[in-house]
Design a protein around this ligand. Structure first.
Ligand SMILES: *Cc1c(COP(=O)(O)O)cnc(C)c1O
Length: 419
């Protein structure tokens, strides 16, 4: 493979895909056409300039498509997945003094968004779903808790039914971070649509990409109405004179540009095909690895359907997982991750959070609340220490998947046979 779709050399491609879910693998004529619409009229902003835009409202169109695809009443697109989480928390009325429960295994964006609205992230153990453990969440709830934020890491989901029951009992908001699992389902519903609010990232390494972008979905008219105002400085969006609009409450600027939205429209249309390809490739790899009895798989909650973005494996012990991760590399199986040692996705390396290395002062409530996170999370360590996640790509040929399956099996067996 010299170039991929004439865009990347093989080396660039593999560097890019360090932790990349493959939306950008599909960048093609469809994306270019949508972007060209915007370039042809030159209106790069979603609001105003009605006379010049030749009928193109790409952000609005992406919102309609996203709501339809996710079977929710409303969608709001924003400038990133982190922004989507921040807006979701803000529209749910979460702020200073409030605590939000989040998992020890996630991307740093989870606590960034919570801190950004003035609230306090409280870490909580994960279980063999690699997402929030409902029993641990129950033990973490305090009178200050306002929301539970499960993160559907690596293509599969949290036990949403159990988490929703806790939310109902304690009057909490259920906010799903589905940034890494777009296209999966739970209880017959698209991931992100089960909770009160759901968030997606469309950054360059996600399953659906806008370059940079994000979206939130909800069935709440109140949240949706707050979201379009909040993400645009509090503009009420009434009338056709932007400068004369009023501002019912404080907001920020988390708008998505028309250029980015245009890419997202074409990408979202490819989602079903993307998931089907991921499922096909995932299944071949999983069947091969299943022949090794000592290797087990991440638990998918009942009624859950993965997005198949990753194949997630458990080795019997931490040592074996480390060895297996090395062996996979030696056998030429790229894009497999040992998150336990990873700088960005596991609490052990979040010293900037745990030591409160903030450029400006954090609030008193945050400074106190964050102390609760300075501890070990034994159950999380048990699971993450044994976990390896292997990325599923779209561009593999049938031959390459078969070859990869054989190499994976060989690599894992080489480590397990010496036991
Ligand atoms: C990518 C990601 C985000 C943040 O999205 P950005 O668009 O990069 O800001 C949030 N949560 C998870 C789980 C992610 O993987």
């Amino acid at each position: 493979m010299n170039t991929l779709f004439g865009i990347f050399t093989a080396k660039e491609y593999f560097n890019l895909t360090t932790i990349a879910m493959p939306g950008f693998e599909l960048f093609g004529a469809e994306e270019k056409k949508e972007v060209q619409d915007v370039l042809d009229n030159g209106v790069l902003m979603r609001y105003g300039f009605d006379g010049n835009r030749n009928g193109h409202y790409k952000a609005l169109e992406l919102e309609k498509d996203l709501a339809q695809k996710m079977q929710t009443k409303y969608a709001q697109v924003v400038s990133s997945g982190t922004a989507a989480l921040s807006v979701a928390l803000a529209v749910a009325g979460i702020g200073a003094g409030d605590e939000v429960i989040m998992p020890t295994f996630t991307f740093v964006a989870s606590f960034e968004a919570i801190l950004s609205v003035g609230a306090t992230p409280i870490l909580c153990d994960i279980d063999d779903t690699l997402t929030l453990d409902p029993a641990a969440v129950a033990a973490t709830i305090t009178p200050k808790t306002k929301a539970i934020m499960p993160v559907h890491m690596c293509g599969s989901m949290a036990d949403l039914k159990a988490l929703k029951a806790l939310c109902d009992t304690h009057d909490l908001v259920l906010l799903e971070d589905a940034c890494q699992a777009i296209g999966g389902f739970y209880d017959g519903k698209p991931l992100g649509s089960y909770g009160d609010l759901g968030c997606f990232s469309f950054d360059y390494v996600k399953t659906v990409t806008c370059g940079e972008g994000g979206g939130l979905i909800t069935n709440s008219e109140v949240y949706a109405d707050r979201a379009h105002k909040y993400h645009d400085h509090g503009h009420d969006h009434i009338g056709d004179n932007r400068g004369a609009e009023s501002h019912p409450f404080l907001g920020y600027n988390y708008r998505l540009s028309e250029l980015n939205a245009a890419v997202g429209i074409a990408q979202l249309r490819k989602l079903d095909q993307t998931i089907a390809t991921q499922q096909k490739n995932y299944t071949i790899l999983r069947e091969a690895v299943s022949e090794i009895p000592a290797v087990t798989f991440r638990r998918v909650p009942e009624t859950g359907v993965e997005s198949y973005a990753f194949l997630n494996l458990f080795l019997p012990t931490e040592d074996l997982a480390r060895n297996a991760h090395k062996a996979l590399g030696v056998h030429g199986v790229d894009a497999c991750f040992y998150w336990y040692d990873n700088n960005w996705h596991y609490y052990k390396k979040w010293e900037h959070l745990l030591e409160q290395k903030s450029l400006g002062s954090l609030s008193k409530e945050q400074q106190e609340g964050l102390q609760r996170n300075v501890r070990t999370f034994d159950s999380s360590d048990q699971w993450m220490g044994r976990t390896i996640s292997c990325l599923i790509k779209l561009s593999w040929t049938a031959e390459e998947v078969q070859e990869r399956a054989a190499k994976m099996k060989e690599a894992l067996q080489s480590v397990l046979e010496v036991v």
